[in-house]
Design a protein around this ligand. Sequence first.
Ligand code: ADP
Ligand code: MG
Length: 222
Amino acid sequence: IEMKKVSKLYKSSKEEIVAIKDIDLSLEYGDDVAIIGPSGSGKTTLLQIMGGLSNPTRGEVRIDGVLINKGSDNKISQFRNKTIGFIFQNIYLQEYFTAKENVMLPMLIAGVSRKKAEEKARDLLEKVGLKNRINHKPSKLSGGEEQRVAIARAIANNPKIIMADEPTAKLDAENTDIILNILKDINKSGVSIIVITHDQKVAKNFHKQFYLDHGVMVDGNF
Ligand code: ADP
Ligand code: MG
């Protein structure tokens, strides 16, 4: 991932907010990264631009050399869907679907057969320790279990990169550890992990650390 001089300004009639400013960032495949900063420092804005979910006001983001913020381009959105798995603080599971069906969804969208998607969803849910929750709907799961379903969903299409926005912010210490260990295992299998957090204890689980301070990035590795 290469970010060059990336800035995002939010404008309203009254004011202009510089959410992130002139961010340069270079990450390699296999990296495990924490981006740390207090609330309002621009973390979510940065991650959404890095993953192509929103457009920068200035600057560019490339993954494998591909400019990823041209959202309307079908080829690029396919590339994004194939390359990146997202995990959100608010989890966003489909409430009428079971855990298994939630994990199947991105595979069905990507054209995987129903049978294969079902088998893989079972495997993935087993991998995140939810063997006995496969047919539960989200309302019957704990917050930690829901986030594990979301992780299984994020890795369903074998992404090269996982981007997670405060994935443990709503969890207790025990569930935070479970989620961090799952993310570390995923990273060991070769997938890059980029985690956004305001929590230093979470951040220290990752090898590369960067700090955001009022939208400006400070390298943590020196
Ligand atoms: P963090 O995730 O670190 O809490 P955000 O990226 O969500 O920070 O927000 C950074 C700054 O940009 C904040 O001042 C926030 O109020 C502002 N901001 C975020 N999203 C929007 C938006 N859609 N419109 C206007 N301002 C926004
Ligand atoms: Mg945020």
